[in-house]
Design a protein around this ligand. Structure first.
Ligand SMILES: Cc1ncc(C[n+]2csc(CCOP(=O)(O)OP(=O)(O)O)c2C)c(N)n1
Ligand SMILES: CC(=O)[C@@H](O)[C@H](O)COP(=O)(O)O
Ligand SMILES: [Mg+2]
Length: 628
């Protein structure tokens, strides 16, 4: 049996050493490998199937790491990893396995580890400027950015700068597959479409050169005239206005699955010696029919699937999203002023049913969370109540908009944050761990962390009733828990459990935040087993800290708070601060996520590592109590 070509690839030099006639087979092997491996581990199968030929061509034309490769979002870097010596995908996105994104600790060929979209061109601009100043001006920076990521504002801030320097060796590869998850929205998508659908100017010009110059002097005259009409022809055959108007050289569109054509385009870009756009047309999910036929999102991000059918091996675990999806439709039916906004993630955040029933009241703004937040402030000014549904970590980039456009103007906007807390296997920048600490300082903002389905539904209904301040409802990337009923409601704070048999024992108040309520209940049981009195409460609306909770703090000898967010400046910190402001000296011991960036691992592994299991928390509380 002939040895596979892929098995001979250890470094990009091996890729460059391949004969052109081997490249189709290499692409086929890579696709087979990706389907086989990612179907076992889950991951970004569709995006990586779409960049096989592109990534091979990049490594054949440029010399990484001497030339720097930057992948926007980085979810499409599996092929790059394969071509740079990382062939063991068996533990992709798992502890001690390959990250699902570029990782500097894995390879010198990896630079950007941040999986937030639209940052690559800024990285590239900075690297290119450093190259210039550090005597490396002969090196190229090659940034791959998707059509979706191009809808993010940062990309245009960067392009504006990139276009300003004529001799900076920066190649922007626009990986245009026409989709984010769903088809990419907006004017940019239309423009890319117009570039995609008209035959490229370059191919018309090369046709003219071949045909006219072969027909003697008259033909040469005609070709010279044609070439002289360059601008006019461009506007006719390929309105490349947008990029060219910015002063950027444009090459394309190129069939992104024709490896020799991509190589030719990249070599032209390489020879150009200045900032240049290479517009590559690809297909997300290419070569894998279940993905090619998937109308939803072409297998953008999959869990474990059957490699032949593409069907999920296990049903989706993300019950919290389904509850939101159902409740927002119920709210929409009784509240015609409620509208929904997504940042290119309609399906993943659960807005598809709402869009189905109220197609005029849902807005996909592209990967543009900043725009989503401020346009929501505009909608609120106009009499609507917008619900902005994003993953928690992605709201980080819209902090200023939440603060200065929504909160400053007391706009009734509701932010629904999915994937809040530890997400684990999706990498450091995907953990939704910063929202509570970040938003705690926003004046007027109210944040709810539901503990189960009923409190999530209630929080959503309460949130949309607030029309003079931002509200936030956040929930985790995990299975929905069983209902956790309250024993009593103390001015908005739910009392969930009381262990007060030991009459004279010290009284410990255990405050569970959202998905950590289950842990809080177990900690209280274990503390009671150690002879303490323990009460478990869930404030539900955790920020600002409710007055009733501050009072409860004063009624206890020791307070424990447990949250699925950074502990620095988190809910626990604010509980302690509010209590101190009221002259309450009860010690508050806060448990949560340290502010360090976390490795990709399962949520459970991270909980254990961070000592957030009930056993760990109990042990630490007993130690603190013993110290007195
Ligand atoms: C700031 C931000 N918002 C949302 C996402 C979620 N997200 C990851 S990839 C993706 C679509 C990217 O589309 P595109 O850039 O076209 O790349 P493709 O997957 O098509 O290759 C989205 C919305 C993100 N990573 N970062
Ligand atoms: C790359 C990106 O940001 C998204 O594709 C994200 O990884 C999806 O996360 P879930 O798999 O949790 O929906
Ligand atoms: Mg795309």
């Amino acid at each position: 049996m002939t040895r596979s070509i892929l098995s001979t690839i250890r470094t990009p030099a091996d890729v460059r050493a391949l004969r052109p006639e081997q490249l189709d087979d290499l692409a086929a092997e890579i696709r087979a490998f990706l389907v086989d491996q990612v179907s076992r581990t889950g991951g970004h199968l569709g995006p990586n199937l779409g960049v096989v030929e592109l990534t091979v061509a990049m490594h054949r034309v440029f010399t990484s790491p001497r030339d720097t490769f930057v992948f926007d979002t980085g979810h499409q870097s599996y092929v790059h990893k394969l071509l740079t010596g990382r062939g063991d995908f068996s533990a992709l996105r798992r502890r001690d396995g390959l990250s699902g994104y570029p990782s500097r600790t894995e390879s010198e060929h990896d630079v950007v580890e941040n999986s937030h979209a639209s940052t690559a061109l800024s990285w590239a601009d900075g690297i290119a400027k450093a190259n210039e100043l550090q005597g490396r001006a002969d090196r190229h920076v090659v940034a791959v950015i998707g059509d979706g990521a191009l809808t993010g504002g940062m990309a245009w801030e960067a392009l504006n700068n990139i276009a300003a320097a004529e001799d900076r060796r920066l190649v922007v590869v626009v990986n245009d597959n026409g989709r984010s998850y769903a088809p990419t929205i907006g004017g940019l998508a239309h423009h890319l479409d117009s570039l995609r659908t008209t035959q490229s100017y370059e191919s018309v010009l090369s046709w003219g050169k071949r045909t006219l110059t072969r027909s003697g002097a008259p033909g040469r005259v005609a070709y010279d005239a044609l070439h002289g009409l360059k601008k006019g022809i461009k506007d006719v055959v390929a309105p490349q206005g947008m990029f060219e108007d910015l002063g950027l050289k444009y090459i394309g569109p190129v069939d992104g699955h024709d490896e020799p054509a991509v190589e030719r385009a990249l070599r032209r870009a390489q020879a150009f010696g200045g900032p240049v756009i290479v517009h590559v047309i690809t297909e997300k999910g290419r070569g894998y029919s279940p993905a090619e036929q998937d109308a939803a999102d072409r297998f953008h991000a999959v869990g474990r699937i059957h490699p032949e059918t593409g069907l999920p091996v296990a049903p989706s675990r993300f019950g919290w999203t389904s509850v939101f999806a159902d409740e927002i439709v119920r709210i929409g039916r009784r509240r015609p002023d409620v509208v929904a906004i997504t940042a290119a993630m309609l399906q993943p955040v659960g807005l598809a049913p709402f869009a189905q029933e109220f197609p005029q009241r849902v807005f996909d703004v592209g990967i543009a969370e900043q725009h989503a937040a401020t346009s929501a402030a505009g909608m609120a000014f106009g009499g609507l109540h917008p619900v902005v549904a994003v993953y928690a970590t992605f709201l980080n980039r819209a902090f200023d908009q939440v603060l200065m456009d929504v909160a400053l103007h007391r706009a009734g906007v509701t932010f629904v944050l999915d994937r809040a807390g530890l997400t684990g296997d999706d990498g450091a920048s995907h953990n939704g761990m910063w929202d509570m600490a970040m938003l705690a300082i926003v004046p007027g903002l109210r944040l709810a962390a539901p503990r189960d389905e009923e409190t999530l539904r209630t929080a959503l209904r309460e949130a949309v009733d607030v029309d003079d301040a931002p509200t936030v409802v956040r929930y985790p990337k995990s299975a929905l828990v069983d209902p956790i009923p309250a024993l009593e409601d103390v001015d908005g704070v739910d009392v969930l459990a009381r262990h007060d048999d030991a009459a004279d024992a010290r009284r410990v108040l255990v405050v569970g935040v959202g998905s950590m309520v289950g842990c809080a209940l177990q900690v209280a049981e274990q503390l009671a087993a150690h002879g303490l009195r323990a009460t478990v409460v869930d404030p539900r609306w955790v920020l600002p800290v409710p007055a009733a909770l501050v009072k409860l703090v004063g009624d206890h000898d020791h307070v424990v708070t447990i949250e699925d967010g950074v502990v620095d400046g988190g809910v626990g910190a604010h509980v302690g601060q509010r209590a101190a402001e009221h002259g309450i000296a009860t010690p508050v011991q806060s448990f949560g996520i340290p502010r360090d960036f976390l490795p990709h691992a399962s949520r459970d592994q991270l909980v254990t590592t961070l000592r957030l299991t009930p056993q760990d928390v109990t042990r630490d509380v007993l130690t603190a109590l013993a110290r007195g």
